[in-house]
Design a protein around this ligand. Structure first.
Ligand code: TXA
Ligand code: MG
Length: 318
């Protein structure tokens, strides 16, 4: 069914086959996931993957996450290990990405993995993207559906804002419930968190029964990970106490009522809820025409670690 945005579609059987047709032909589709929306293409096809890099303006050095339906699909492409098995069992499908050694017979386009010897894989939970993955004969390379250095989209309209009509099809799967990108964990050696997310290092430690170095104290060279900034397009300042009259202020709790420049990420100061509202709030503030964003201090615990990671990047602080 078409709506006022002619390339945003409500999901049904017809749209499922239309999306698969586009992907089978080497095209690109905007798809919902539980974390953020992704820009999907056939991960086995260099031509298809090339379109993703071009649309995003993404540096070729920055590899893409490869999305699979389930465990059975990955044996050809990556080396399985016991940590992967344990984490898969506990968290998948879900908001976690595993970096693994590439297999000799790996069919993933080397463009997608930036010619590295490793591959990042994920099993998304969103039912729409799962049904698409179930019906394709290849996994999907799928970075967040934003122009490089912009913030990730959390709704179909956000994707439209990024690419307008440059992509044929954006499947509407509602607001992404988690709202920030997946946790990326490197399992090629001793497990390391490369990108914090809603699944925290202590969640992972509990499953693996070992200690993981805190990403805060780690300087990991994950391609594109620390060089890149995610910017809402206006200056962002973090750990703010004093509110400037003309800036938008992002905070936790319900201290301010009906104030036009104050935006609470969670009235109950719940950090998961705060994460899910972060990018949405950035986009809203930008749309309202504010020229500057100030953010209160966010506690450095649990999902707060992931929120601090994202707002630091938005503030262009390393
Ligand atoms: O939640 C998510 O992960 C979303 C949804 C759409 O699945 N995807 C996403 O993809 O955030 P992207 O491309 O925006 O971020 C992927 C991150 C990048 O920082 C990239 O450098 C890193 O994962 N990455 C990909 N392959 C890697 C590898 N082999 N080794 C280390 N880091 C890798
Ligand atoms: Mg991204």
């Amino acid at each position: 069914m078409k709506n006022s945005y002619s390339n945003i579609f409500t999901f049904n059987k017809k749209i499922l086959s239309k999306t698969i047709k586009v992907l089978n032909k080497g095209g690109v589709a905007g798809l919902p996931t539980e974390t953020v929306y992704g820009l999907a293409a056939n991960a086995y096809s260099k031509l298809a993957v090339g379109k993703i890099f071009k649309l995003k303006g993404r540096p070729k050095l920055n590899p893409l996450i490869i999305h699979y339906y389930n465990f059975h699909q990955i044996f050809e492409d990556v080396e399985i290990n016991s940590n992967l098995k344990k984490l898969y069992k506990k968290f998948c499908p879900g908001p976690i990405t595993f970096v693994l050694k590439k297999n000799k017979n790996c069919k993933i386009s080397s463009l997608a993995s930036a010619k590295l010897k490793t591959i990042a894989i994920r099993f998304p939970k969103h039912r729409i993207t799962r049904s698409i993955l179930k019906n394709t004969k290849y996994p999907l390379a799928m970075p967040s559906a934003n122009i490089s250095s912009h913030i990730s989209p959390v709704s179909a309209k956000d994707v439209y804002e990024e690419f307008k009509k440059k992509i044929k099809i954006i499947v509407d799967g509602g607001q992404s419930v988690i709202g920030i990108e997946s946790t990326v964990v490197d399992l090629t050696n001793n497990p390391k968190i490369l990108r914090p997310g809603i699944i925290s290092s202590s969640d992972i430690e509990k499953v693996l029964k070992l200690k993981i170095k805190n990403s805060k104290s780690l300087k990991i060279k994950s391609p594109g990970m620390f060089k890149k900034h995610y910017s809402p397009g206006i200056p962002v300042f973090i750990n703010q106490k004093k509110i400037d009259k003309n800036s938008a202020f992002i905070y936790l709790g319900n201290r301010y009522k009906n104030n036009k420049n104050k935006f609470s990420l969670s009235k109950k100061s719940n950090l998961n809820e705060a994460a899910s509202n972060l990018y949405k709030t950035f986009r809203l503030i930008k749309k309202k025409g504010f020229k500057k964003i100030q953010i209160t201090r966010i506690p450095f615990k649990g999902t707060g670690i992931a929120i601090n990671d994202r707002i630091k990047r938005a503030a262009k602080i390393k």
